[in-house]
Write a protein that binds this ligand. Sequence first.
Ligand SMILES: [Zn+2]
Length: 157
Amino acid sequence: MTREEIFMQQAIAVGLEGMRAGKGGPFGCVIVQNNQIIASGCNTVLATNDPTAHAEVVAIRQACAYLQSFQLTGCELYASCEPCPMCMGAIYWARPDKVYFANTKADAAAIGFDDAFIYEEMARPMHLRKLSMQCLDSTNAIEMFAEWQEKGNKTLY
Ligand SMILES: [Zn+2]
């Protein structure tokens, strides 16, 4: 097995264990830095009643806590399934160097985890989306942005 295949096997094992324990769906993730697994996570949506507790998000939180950093520079992320739109967003924010996945989103859709509608929704104009969204004008909100811009000694990310 290649090193990538070995790490992917770990991601799958974590997902399998979580699924069998009833924590959530069949999804696992490990994050690797310098050829070492620094974090792993399974889907814990059911165990924690947290719809954002996808394996990738769980692993990213653990890796960032371990590294004491909000960036995963120099890391590789191994997900047992192609990341959903939420996880893709989280992965882009975390900025690992590379993502590997095994099952595809088509494989996930075939067992009832279909995120195609989210991709479709995001491509639609706001007024045509199924989720109602409305922009409320607020001076306070834009003032908060102005204060951030003027704030000294801030960390950009
Ligand atoms: Zn996800």
